[in-house]
Design a protein around this ligand. Sequence first.
Ligand SMILES: [Zn+2]
Length: 237
Amino acid sequence: MTAPLKHTILAVSDDVSRMLDSCRAPDAVGKVDFIISCGDLPFDYLELLMSCFNTTMYFVLGNHDGEGFCRENGRVDYQPDGGESIDGRAMEAQGILLAGLGGSIRHGLTMKNQYTEAEMWRRVLRLTPQLLTNQARYGRRLDILVTHSPARGIHESEDPAHRGFTAFRWLLEWAKPRWMLHGHSQFIRPPTALQTHAGATDVTYVPPYRVLHWEAQTVAKETAAPNFLFSRKRIRQ
Ligand SMILES: [Zn+2]
């Protein structure tokens, strides 16, 4: 089946948007084809988004998700209900090649969802065979890299908790995704639109959310290169 040529993607991260935190959100944002979460969000918020937009979500978790999410009934969950984790793996979603790497640089006493640079290098290298399979099958390695943490030198801070990963910079150069979406850079207060071009990749800081438009360049062949169009529209909370 031929993949649709245009997609609208809702990306969310780190901060709950009052605009989205009700089922009126589709009225403001419109229909979306799927949701991407970069982590550190309450699971019931993510589940509400999936329900209200009636679509699936591809997600990675953030460092604050490591302790789990405590429900009102006391149950602690470690993943949202529904949606699909793309942490540490690559997949194709409606013709778009996604890969995800959750977590942050190791900085706290709790080690869940925190990685040293060496540990993240291992996670990045474990992804590469899947991206080479993409290359053989689709003619490109990756379309969107989804992470929680920033890459080293892009939207990062030098404090121990918000430093970016050098391994991500290598992955951007090697896999050449059109897009990297990330969160975690809490130094950016209040969250403001932040986008940086790095090589072949537009790196976008997502919090609290972005509405993104993707358009295929040519009629779909598996080897057709996609063309990403970023929505400049950003609705404030
Ligand atoms: Zn974080």
